[in-house]
Design a protein around this ligand. Structure first.
Ligand SMILES: Cc1cc2nc3c(=O)[nH]c(=O)nc-3n(C[C@H](O)[C@H](O)[C@H](O)COP(=O)(O)O)c2cc1C
Ligand code: SF4
Ligand code: SF4
Length: 266
């Protein structure tokens, strides 16, 4: 919006696995990312790492986070810099946190975000980018901090390698409840869900751990390891810490059959 106001053409792309984007002809590239497990989703990391040499092309980064982003933005900017990009801006703000691990604990963090103030700041950010693109000097004043140990442990536990060789193997369907509606397959951003010979969903190993398949299933028929005793203590710690943090809004919710129902403010 902020850039379009100045007459620039802005094209938006949704990065989906196995889809290459041709960046030829663009004067400025922005990478927008949610935070997943205190870092960018694997799909985004793959994409930026696969970029060719950017030869000084200006880039900017924006990040949406439900609780704590830590150094997600810094990581993206570092990879872009390693590709020869010229960093001209970094913006981050809260976004509604439909992470199933938290919803199952009865908490929705950052509901109704980005709010109007954040959207207006984002628009201003767009205008600043136009000025910096035209040559106005820019340097980042405040740097992202790395996560404290407990979050780093969680990030490690849910890393790509363990997801591929371990966690993804435990995704399955409850055939008693599944109606074979196909929704999980349709929404998977990694094209990781196929069908068995009877039409039931089957999962591969190319998973982001976004949990959208489980979150949206209208029958609660998707079974994943997200509530296992190995993972749940992290959820409980995170929910406890974020719910006591006055800078993070939350509401109490009940999530079932693909719907999140708000119960009350606290
Ligand atoms: C699987 C998953 C993991 C998440 N992990 C984090 C996290 O580590 N830190 C955080 O601040 N937000 C986390 N979030 C929240 C999202 O980053 C946040 O809600 C963001 O606004 C989502 O953007 P989107 O609605 O454009 O997908 C997570 C969300 C999901 C679904
Ligand atoms: S979304 Fe649920 S009900 Fe629909 S196919 Fe997937 S598992 Fe079955
Ligand atoms: S959690 Fe489900 S929807 Fe998300 S990438 Fe893995 S299989 Fe696909």
């Amino acid at each position: 919006m902020g850039m379009r106001r100045w007459g620039y053409q802005v094209d938006l792309y949704n990065i989906k696995k196995k889809r290459q984007l041709d960046l030829g002809g663009y004067d400025l590239i922005g990478i927008g990312s949610p935070v997943y497990y205190y870092g960018p989703p694997f799909i985004l990391t793959d994409y930026i790492k696969s970029l060719p040499d950017l030869g000084g092309l200006p880039t900017f980064t924006f990040v949406l986070h439900g609780t704590y982003p830590f150094d997600t933005g810094k990581f993206i900017r570092q990879v872009l810099a390693s590709k020869g990009a010229r960093d001209i801006g970094y913006f981050h703000c809260y976004g509604a946190d439909y992470y199933l691990g938290f919803l199952k604990e009865g908490y929705l963090f950052s509901p109704n975000h980005p709010n109007s103030a954040e959207l207006s700041s984002a628009e201003d950010f767009g205008s600043q980018l136009v000025e910096r693109f035209a040559g106005k000097p820019y340097s980042l004043t405040e740097e992202d901090q790395p996560p404290p140990l407990i979050y780093r442990l969680e990030r490690f536990l849910l890393n790509r390698w363990l997801t591929e060789i371990f966690w993804s193997r435990f995704f399955k369907v409850d055939k008693q409840s599944c109606t074979m509606c196909g929704l999980c397959k349709k929404i998977c951003p990694c094209i990781n869900i196929g069908q068995d010979e009877d039409g039931y969903p089957v999962w591969g190993c190319d998973c982001l751990l976004c949990l959208s398949c489980q979150l949206k299933c209208p029958q609660d028929a998707v079974i994943t390891p997200i509530s296992w005793p190995l993972v749940r203590p992290f959820m409980i710690y995170n929910v406890h810490r974020a719910s006591k943090d006055p800078s993070i809004e939350h509401v109490r919710v009940k999530h079932s059959k693909g719907r999140t129902r708000v119960l009350g403010p606290k």
